[in-house]
Design a protein around this ligand. Sequence first.
Ligand SMILES: NC(=O)c1ccc[n+]([C@@H]2O[C@H](COP(=O)([O-])OP(=O)(O)OC[C@H]3O[C@@H](n4cnc5c(N)ncnc54)[C@H](OP(=O)(O)O)[C@@H]3O)[C@@H](O)[C@H]2O)c1
Length: 225
Amino acid sequence: MTTVLITGAARGIGQELARQYVADGARVIATCRTEDAAAQLKTLLGTSDVHTPLLDVSDGASVAALAQSLGGTTIDILINNAGVLGEQYAFGTMDYDAWTHAFAVNTMGPMRVTEALAGHLADGAKVITISSQMGSLLRDTSGSYPYRSTKAAVNKVVQLMAHDLKPRDITCITMHPGWVRTDMGGPSASISPEESASGIRRVIDGLTLADTSSFIQWNGEPHPW
Ligand SMILES: NC(=O)c1ccc[n+]([C@@H]2O[C@H](COP(=O)([O-])OP(=O)(O)OC[C@H]3O[C@@H](n4cnc5c(N)ncnc54)[C@H](OP(=O)(O)O)[C@@H]3O)[C@@H](O)[C@H]2O)c1
């Protein structure tokens, strides 16, 4: 049975990924930030089998506790999905504490979680980090300093992790999930969480080690860095 660990599964894309993997019969570890959210997720998924440990990806102690709680569990697919959009902060109004927090969640979070769980990753595992097209260096647009910079940085982090985990045949990629109708994407976004999660799962299914260090969109097309 495939074991999938998804961070930030209380809502949005993470929740839908958890729902689809449970429906597919995978063993799902879906992290949430509060006991209430974890209980609600279990109810929503309609099974007590799904494991819903607490995790704040920006908190080293929380990440260490998750690793400890996993015991002898081996993970086949790790999806670093948790993320924050934060405020826009126009030039001249930057909130540096908020930017630091965005780095802790969006950039260092996937690294912290992957490092802490490395001992639980199966040889040949797949590590997927949900980034964003907004982090692409080729998109010469303005605004959203914290979000764009933290997603650009996590793309580089994934490239580096890919080198370090390649000797264990672990494939590391970064993905743009589409513009998705979640709390983050808003109601005008172009695709549903169902479409995004289905596409992400299709990409994951088809991954081989040859794909490591790629930036891929939810529909399977490569994304320019
Ligand atoms: N929606 C889009 O259009 C879009 C586009 C490009 C990329 N993305 C990326 O896709 C991923 C999922 O986005 P989404 O649209 O599903 O967002 P969302 O609806 O806002 O959900 C974000 C999830 O991340 C969790 N989270 C936030 N901070 C966390 C932390 N410190 N530790 C652990 N979990 C944390 C949230 O938990 P709580 O419920 O506890 O807050 C929530 O479950 C993110 O990485 C986002 O940047 C989304």
